[in-house]
Design a protein around this ligand. Structure first.
Ligand code: MN
Length: 437
């Protein structure tokens, strides 16, 4: 189990001034991972860690003799184009590297001038998805989202009976998971209009975002071996932001009886930085289940999961339309929510996923499901905010939206704040809807 240690010390500062600014997502206590190269270059992608407005190039650092032999051996797994090998090494290696970087980046560290040679400015970098994602499973862990969506389809019986017993999920597609900044065309699909006898093939008119937290699996499990609840987090490398783009009109026609398919797999966008579970230790909170609801059955229940199963991670969605850009207006907020609205914890997702012996592999990816709260303004998708397209939202540009228009850019952000600790951020995720081909 991860606990507070010196890398969470709120008084520690870096020799890099930008890391110490109050509004930085990446103070020395965060140290998230990504895969990057210089923009518009033919360099090979390699792993990096964010600090302030810079990236430490882990490949270059690994070629120096700056850090100990043990750490240099770990860094050797960070020089390729994906983090899968590093992710497979497990918590002791992840923690050892975090501590070594923390010490070398600290104010007064003897390594400062050599470390400075390994920095690349974030504004000069481009990223790719940090792991070869073998499998992608999307959960459905906000009961508020499940109820709001269910109400649109079944007003008298919004929540299906299995919801409170099983962390519900479907298997998504990994090939279309792309990195923030990648835009995509409005997809075509088969749509059945209520007033027409037959379905037609046409561009979707109901493109929606889904505000989700993404979870990267670190160490996998052997086929046949279930992961017990209290060791589930040993298998989680870290978290990022996920926009699970959805075509609601395609979804409504195709989803029964086997669940979403082409309405979901045309693009899912993730943020470049993966914040490790160790960085998130100060922001863990208790997880509870209302006494009026069914309590988890034994394989999904433990005191540890109750004591610190949740994460206080603030989430927000913003929109920037063509008109915002033309009028030089800032993007405006559509939603503010929190990962602690999850009805099931990350451990419960991992344990349930493997209870039948299903094997997770390093680099596999889980989505939390749309993370809606229970108050107005916390809906993580337009289908909820607009009640299925019936109640348009008004933007400051004078425009209205039910679903998204061509040119709309959706931005997502995540932050963890706690009194007495520095605020850490997840960076930004953005992606723009382009006209259909
Ligand atoms: Mn989703």
């Amino acid at each position: 189990m991860l606990t507070l240690n010196q890398t969470h010390n709120p008084n520690s500062k870096s020799w890099l001034a930008s890391a110490n600014q109050a509004n930085s997502d990446f103070p020395i206590q965060n140290l998230p991972f990504s895969v990057f190269r210089r923009k518009n270059s033919h360099e090979l992608f390699r792993a990096g860690v964010a600090i302030g407005d810079q990236i430490i190039d882990l490949k270059q650092l690994g070629q120096t003799t700056l850090l100990s032999k043990d750490i240099t051996d770990i860094l050797a797994t960070c020089s390729g184009e994906s983090l899968n090998t590093f992710m497979s090494m497990g918590q002791p290696s992840w923690s050892a590297l975090r501590l070594a970087l923390f010490n070398a980046l600290k104010e007064g560290a003897a390594e400062e001038s050599d470390m400075r040679d390994c920095l690349v400015a974030q504004k000069d970098a481009e990223h790719k998805v940090a792991a070869n994602i073998g499998d992608y499973t999307d959960f459905y862990t906000s009961i508020h989202h499940a109820t709001n969506i269910g109400r649109l389809f079944r007003p008298e019986n919004p929540l299906l009976p299995n919801y409170q017993w099983i962390p519900i999920a479907y298997h998504g597609r990994s090939s279309s998971i792309v990195i923030s900044g990648e835009n995509f065309r409005r997809p075509h699909g088969q749509i059945k209009h209520p007033d027409k006898e037959h379905p037609t093939i046409e561009p979707s008119k109901r493109i929606d975002y889904e505000l989700e937290v993404g979870i990267f699996i670190g160490k996998g499990n052997a086929l046949g071996d279930a992961i017990p609840l209290d060791s589930a987090e040993e298998h989680i490398f870290g978290l990022c932001l996920l926009n699970d783009w959805s075509a609601r009109d395609i979804q409504a026609w195709e989803y029964q009886p086997l669940g979403p398919f082409l309405s979901k797999n045309f693009a899912s966008v993730i943020s470049p930085w993966i914040v490790t579970l160790e960085a998130l230790v100060p922001y863990r909170t208790e997880w509870s289940r209302s006494s009026e609801d069914p309590q988890p059955i034994p394989y999904l229940e433990s005191p540890l999961n109750r004591e610190q199963g949740s994460i206080d991670m603030q989430l927000e969605v913003l929109i920037e339309t063509d008109l915002h850009r033309q009028s030089e207006l800032s993007p405006e907020r559509l939603c503010a929510s929190n990962f602690n609205h999850a009805y099931w914890t990350m451990s419960q997702m991992v344990t349930h996923h493997t209870v039948n012996g299903c094997n997770l592999r390093s680099g596999d990816f889980l989505g939390s499901g749309t993370m809606s709260g229970d108050t107005a303004g916390s809906e993580g998708a337009l289908i909820e905010t607009t009640q299925g397209g019936k109640k348009p939202i008004q933007l400051t540009t004078g425009e209205q939206r039910t679903f998204l228009e061509d040119g709309d850019k959706i931005i997502m952000r995540g932050r963890c704040e706690k009194e007495g600790y520095p605020t850490i951020g997840f960076g930004e995720l953005s992606s723009t809807l382009l006209p259909a081909k």
